[in-house]
Design a protein. Structure first.
Length: 86
């Protein structure tokens, strides 16, 4: 099965936790080999997990959450447009 970015993003936490089934893991890894955006999201998510596991406190810049949500919505919209072209 060929996954699009939205499918990968929906399962990124389970992928990191190693709780996805073997076939889905293989499909995600195949997608990650060719998708820079999803690879960056995977790396960023892992970095966030490392940072949040740290006992230190980090204050996010004002407006960060809104910008993050806008960017993710834009990327998902672009991904959906790209998948309909295929």
């Amino acid at each position: 099965m060929k996954l699009n970015c939205k499918h990968v993003w929906e399962h990124i936490s389970e992928y990191i936790d190693d709780t996805v089934d073997a076939k889905l893991r293989e499909d995600i890894e195949r997608h990650l080999e060719h998708c820079e955006i999803c690879s960056a999201i995977l790396d960023s998510t892992r970095n966030i997990l490392v940072l949040t596991a740290d006992d230190r406190t980090f204050e996010l810049p004002v407006g960060y959450s809104e910008r993050l949500h806008e960017r993710l919505a834009k990327e998902m919209e672009n991904s959906e447009k790209d998948s309909t072209k295929e």
